[in-house]
Write a protein that binds this ligand. Structure first.
Ligand SMILES: NC(=O)c1ccc[n+]([C@@H]2O[C@H](COP(=O)([O-])OP(=O)(O)OC[C@H]3O[C@@H](n4cnc5c(N)ncnc54)[C@H](O)[C@@H]3O)[C@@H](O)[C@H]2O)c1
Length: 457
């Protein structure tokens, strides 16, 4: 494919030619991997007048995009997909070769998970780079939107693209790393108003990738000095969150023993301008925070970044801590007549509030442990469809999940949990009933003079 002529040559074009190409609809972007991040990027580029072809190995996702039917992950509305498909600016296919025949930009947004040894698994991105390499033409701009470890763009993706295309970066095509910073479910900090870091393999790659992303991001698109800086910044910002959450998780256990409310302490600390509040919970989940520190550790020796390893250990230990609280709490509540096979209603399975995503959720580990200890487990999550099976449990209606429960365990602070009708639940649960509130949705006083014995972590 290397000899076909690409009418828009990113290697030789000036920035205003790229701007002009957007204005005249001459830019065609193939987004490889149209999941949570890819589809959002695809829609935003289509809104910015690019022609966008989403390429996904999952036929169901391809069909859903082409028919404009959701659910579409982080998108605020399915209208964005429907409208762009209707006006011919967005389509999807499984056929990469066909997509790259039309495109002059490739944005790769495939998953970058951990393998069973908790090491970075670049299987998907390496496969995507091979497939793209086979179809790459002179003048292409390739953007890595996936999160990768430091050096992966230059040392893994670049040689794969060159080897399979027979082309040379800088001379024949450009390559930049633009890690995405979407906070799922956050309607205030969105793709368009969140700054992005752009780091290319060379200066021209950085420049051109910045021009592309300025079309969809109104906030700062910051050009950093290398792909490695962009890769590293993404990993550090999420590791920073992981470390701070670990600190606050440890503090909450320590302060509970001293009879001090960690939330009141965080609130008091927040009056200092330099303090950034983080909150305790049953652990951390999702596709970024529990994974990115392991990507950062990929380049570290075993004696380096001790704090990062410790934070992972603390946060990974939180589900066990929650289960221990339940075991002890139930033993204290009914010391003389131990309940056989007590029932725990697990409320909230997703990894964060109001987001329909269970990837990496601490709920998985909690449920596994409860099952191992022979508890009866019933689950309810208001943002997941009823009857969906997650972590071996069927999502039940709330009343059914809490009926005859000895313990209510709140793992996620969904808006729907804010004002549950406790008077309605009180007749359904056993007396006494332990209530473990890992996200501090309620205050202990909400349960005075009720059957519920409130505990937070
Ligand atoms: N979801 C987030 O909140 C978030 C935020 C910031 C960064 N990221 C990063 O963005 C990247 C993508 O994450 P995501 O959450 O969108 O993943 P996802 O699993 O939702 O979507 C990835 C898509 O890629 C497809 N795919 C896999 N291999 C493919 C291939 N060879 N060709 C075409 N399609 C392929 C899958 O079918 C899937 O639809 C990851 O590196 C992730 O760490 C995610």
């Amino acid at each position: 494919m290397g000899n076909k002529i690409n009418p828009l040559d990113f290697c030789s074009a000036a920035t205003d030619e790229i701007e002009e190409a957007f204005n005249t609809g001459a830019i065609t972007i193939a987004v490889i991997g149209t999941g949570h991040i890819g589809l959002l990027l695809a829609c935003n580029f289509a809104q910015a007048n690019a022609n966008v072809i989403g390429v996904d190995v999952n036929q169901d996702i391809v069909d859903r995009i082409n028919s404009g039917k959701g659910p579409f992950f982080e998108l605020e509305s399915e209208e964005l997909v429907k409208n762009n498909v209707a006006r011919g600016k967005l389509k999807a296919t499984k056929n990469l070769s066909q997509a790259l025949d039309e495109a002059n930009v490739v944005v790769i947004s495939v998953p970058t998970p951990l393998d069973e040894k908790r090491e970075p698994d670049l299987m998907y991105i390496t496969q995507a780079a091979k497939d793209v390499g086979k179809q790459l033409r002179r003048g292409f701009m390739v953007v890595i939107a996936s999160t990768v470890y430091i050096g992966a763009t230059r040392n893994v993706i670049l040689p794969t693209l060159e080897r399979y295309s027979g082309l040379k970066v800088g001379r024949d095509f450009l390559l930049a790393c633009v890690p995405q910073r979407i906070d799922p479910g956050n309607r205030i900090h969105r793709l368009d108003n969140t700054p992005l870091n752009v780091g290319g393999i060379d200066e021209k790659s950085t420049e051109m990738a910045a021009v592309l992303f300025r079309r969809i991001v109104e906030a700062e698109v910051k050009k950093v000095s290398s792909a490695e800086v962009a890769e590293c910044a993404k990993l550090v910002e999420n590791t920073y969150r992981d470390v701070n959450i670990a600190l606050v998780n440890e503090l909450s256990i320590f302060l509970r023993r001293l009879g001090i409310n960690v939330m009141e302490v965080i609130d008091a600390c927040s009056t200092k301008w330099s303090f950034q509040a983080h909150f305790p919970g049953a652990g951390v989940g999702g596709p970024c925070i529990p994974i990115n520190p392991h990507y950062l550790l990929h380049n570290a020796s075993s004696s380096e970044l001790k704090m990062v390893r410790l934070a992972r250990e603390i946060n990974d230990g939180m589900p066990d801590h929650v289960v221990n609280m339940i075991v002890k709490g139930l033993q204290e509540l009914v010391p003389k007549s131990p309940i056989h096979k007590p029932k725990v209603a697990v409320l909230g399975l997703t990894y964060k509030k109001d987001v329909e995503d269970t990837r990496g959720s601490p709920a998985e580990r909690v449920i596994k442990e409860l099952n191992y200890l022979s508890f009866e487990v019933a689950v309810h999550d208001p943002v997941l469809p009823l009857s969906t099976v997650k972590f071996g449990c069927q999502n039940l209606p709330l009343e059914e999940a809490v009926k005859d429960a000895d313990c209510l365990l709140f793992l996620t602070d969904h808006t729907a949990f804010k004002k549950p009708a406790f008077n309605k639940f009180e007749i359904l649960v056993h007396d006494p009933c332990l209530l473990v509130d890992t996200k501090r949705i309620f205050s202990p006083s909400d349960f005075s003079k009720t059957k519920f014995h409130y505990q937070s972590i």
